[in-house]
Design a protein. Sequence first.
Length: 149
Amino acid sequence: MKIHELGKDPGRLQKRKRLGRGEGSGLGRQSGHGNKGSQQRSGRGKGYGGVFEGGQMPLQRRLPKRGFKNINRERVDLINLEILDRFDAGTVVDKSALVAVGKVRAKATKIKILGTGEITKAITVKANAFSASAKAAIEAAGGTVEILK
């Protein structure tokens, strides 16, 4: 078979549904919506989103309430050494520097440095907490660690 022998794909074009154009069209009268009622009308109606259970007590009301939102929660963002290695040598890396690069949320109340990856540059890192391996790696690279309150 050669390219000029290929025919058109039989399912390529589908005929447009012209609704409500008489009984003979096959899509007259109810226009493919079945019988009258809420399912035929426009809008959401019953059964929208798969949540309506036919008058039965819905699942989200059958299940008990659990837990609470702690208003004093401290948002701790975690940063790995491989991210700190992207900064230039001699840079002071603190929360504002990490927010500017987009690695920490501005809402974060605390920052913890973790030891995944390698650091090769001497930088000063200011954070609220450090893992033991991260602290050792930063100091081994010639950098300094400042623990904030």
